[in-house]
Write a protein that binds this ligand. Structure first.
Ligand code: ADP
Ligand code: MG
Length: 330
């Protein structure tokens, strides 16, 4: 059975309540958003963010959802190649520089039905440092697109652009390789997101003095974690502390382990999940894993999406399971 057939048979479309919106972050998420935004990130380059974004987009499109894939790897955009589209004439650069006034003009149809792409900046490196105002506008406009799902392929690293797009999405999905460098970068990324989000919550609830007070109390317990900090805040001001905890608990990133070769590799995802729970007090959802598969580079070489080039590969089954899991948690 092909992936398209298996998805159609699974009846997911009828069970989905597309009008239900989950907002992770009231401060940045536009209230008029109608489509769900999933951001795919990870601290490191080359971990498979674009692979996951492209093939998850294709899966959703094959299921009958209207999907827009947005290349937000600003300065290093290549999603068009992953989806078999030539370099688009108009990119986000044109929108930011106001050459294009309506973001819909950037939409390019891919060879796959229901799937459109908005390409990132090819030329101007300056665009990699987007101003907050521009970011908010892009997010607001993307949320209003005529689509069910908008998938953002983020760049590597922990720049504010990347963190903010990750935080503001309805779902933030982290791609991790079972390698020490990738795991290290993942923790760095989560820590950066946590701090950025804490700062936003601080402003939202106006609790800077309370946090400072709790931070100063840290001196007596040098090994304290963010979880301990929240506990101390609850002790000082139970009502505010609870509010803070509720806000923090809204942040529930998904993780995907990529290039798996053994059960041990798969288990790394569970370890990361439990460390993040213990240390940051955040619930990570393990959306699944992707096997290491030479079909990936073969499809990359052919400039054809993996799902279209190798519909019977192991990875296609992996994607099938992951997309179902992600939709289940929607
Ligand atoms: N599951 C996998 N199996 C084999 N190779 C993979 C797999 N995932 C990614 N790769 C390889 O890693 C490279 C980087 O993937 P890519 O999606 O471009 O990463 P990123 O967008 O995070 O920089 C791909 O060109 C591909 O060759
Ligand atoms: Mg990429």
């Amino acid at each position: 059975m092909t992936i398209g057939q298996s998805f159609v048979r699974s009846n997911w479309l009828e069970n989905m309540n597309l009008s239900e919106q989950i907002n992770n972050n009231e401060t940045m998420v536009p209230t008029t958003r109608r489509c769900k935004v999933w951001a795919i990130g990870g601290g490191k380059g080359g971990v498979g963010k674009s692979l996951v974004t492209a093939n998850t987009s294709i899966c959703l499109a094959l299921m009958g959802y209207k999907v827009v894939t947005v290349d937000l790897d600003l300065g290093g955009a290549n999603m068009h190649t992953c989806l078999g589209v030539p370099i688009p004439e108009k990119t986000l650069s044109d929108y930011i520089s106001k050459k294009v006034t309506d973001i819909k003009e950037l939409l390019v149809q891919t060879p796959i039905k229901n799937l459109q792409i908005i390409s990132g900046a090819q030329d101007e490196l300056g665009i990699a440092n987007l101003k907050q105002m521009h970011k908010n506008k892009i997010l607001a406009k993307l949320g209003e697109l005529d689509a069910d799902y908008v998938l953002l392929d983020l760049g590597a690293g922990t720049t504010y652009n990347t963190l903010d797009f990750f935080i503001s999405a309805d779902k933030g999905i982290l791609i991790i390789l079972p390698e020490p460098t990738s795991i290290e970068n993942t923790y760095r990324f989560i820590k950066s997101v946590y701090h950025r989000r804490l700062k936003m919550i601080e402003d939202l609830l106006d609790i800077q003095p309370l946090i400072n007070q709790a931070m100063n109390a840290k001196i007596s317990t040098p090994n304290s974690t963010p979880v301990d900090l929240v506990k101390r805040i609850i002790q000082i001001d139970p009502e505010m502390g609870q509010k803070l905890q509720r806000e923090i608990s809204k942040f529930q990133p998904q993780i995907i382990m990529n290039q798996i070769r053994s059960q041990q590799d798969i288990d790394i995802g569970f370890s990361i999940q439990s460390v993040c729970k213990r240390y940051f007090g955040i619930k990570m959802n393990y959306a699944g894993y992707l096997d290491y598969d030479s079909a990936v580079w073969q499809s990359v070489k052919k400039r054809r999406p993996l799902l279209m080039e190798f519909p019977n590969s192991r990875l296609v089954n992996n994607f099938d399971r992951i997309v179902h899991k992600l939709l289940e948690l929607d």
